[in-house]
Design a protein around this ligand. Sequence first.
Ligand SMILES: NC(=O)c1ccc[n+]([C@@H]2O[C@H](COP(=O)([O-])OP(=O)(O)OC[C@H]3O[C@@H](n4cnc5c(N)ncnc54)[C@H](O)[C@@H]3O)[C@@H](O)[C@H]2O)c1
Length: 330
Amino acid sequence: MAKTQRVLVTGGAGFIGRWVVKALLNDTAARVAVIDDLSNGRLENIADFRNEPRFELFQKGKIENRRAMEPLFEKFKPTRILHLAAQIIVQDSIDDPAATFRSDVEGTFRLLEMCRASRASLLFMSTCMVYDMAASSGSIGEAHPAVPRSPYAGAKLAAENMCISYAHAYGMPVTVIRPFNTYGPHQKSSGEGGVVSIFLHRALRGQRLNIYGDGKQTRDLLYVEDCVDFILRAADSGRASGEIFNAGTGRDVSVNALAEMALATVPGTASKIKHVKHIHPQSEIMKLCCDARKARRILGWKPRTPLEKGLAKTCAWIADNLEKGRTAWS
Ligand SMILES: NC(=O)c1ccc[n+]([C@@H]2O[C@H](COP(=O)([O-])OP(=O)(O)OC[C@H]3O[C@@H](n4cnc5c(N)ncnc54)[C@H](O)[C@@H]3O)[C@@H](O)[C@H]2O)c1
């Protein structure tokens, strides 16, 4: 990304956001700003980058709040928005759909309007959770039917539609990406932090690995640096505007198999696997396997990190944190 680019990362203090900020600073010449309300992110995630000369500013604030956004746009003058901020916890969206709507739909609308006024481009992080379940042997391409099974997925679909409508109505450069489950260092290992982090964290502590339901649900697990490579390619591509792209590996594993792999990554662990009652079975998607051929064709993207290697890297990071007695991230 050229040094003329001024990139605003929304949700930049979150798990994927901090890796995006890192890659922007290490691998591009762009100037960077972050807005995050710290509802699920942490300042520690970007502490290493705050003194970089090209990291211009961090603002604590909500994207849906006009009073927070207008001065930020005036001051930083972004040319490109990488929009990752969202309320991501499915159960929270079921318990309090209004909060998810405000953040994920109204917040995206606010950004689109700010981009329309300032002629900035926008990349929107949607999710594979918008898809209907696939046939047992099939993978999911972008044309697969969408069926939002939670207000989280519903909000993402609504926001996606607004994004695509701005590409058509105003010729704005807007791209939507739908990553499959993303994992890696810096992901939370509590609550719905991420199944990989939760399993590895518990395996390292010799605690039980709880699997919701029968564990036959499958996930296509994308290593976070591959996801970030995808984001930067899509943002930089002249052929991505008005398009929706899947990001995933094309290999899915059942949660049962993943639990076994997590135990194998921590030799000698005393952890055992237990199946427990699902907390939201109505919002579960039983098979998630990505067909990312469109991204390969148009963006030249392919994942580089096999699951075993990604698990080992994530495990090493969690183990290091446990050793240092750092628990705030979990
Ligand atoms: N992690 C995954 O497996 C995955 C998969 C597909 C899509 N995504 C999408 O990627 C994006 C990043 O996900 P993540 O896993 O890093 O989650 P995350 O919760 O770590 O990051 C989201 C960040 O946004 C911030 N935020 C939330 N609401 C906000 C608001 N209204 N205003 C400002 N900041 C706000 C949070 O504090 C957090 O730091 C999200 O849009 C998510 O839907 C994630």
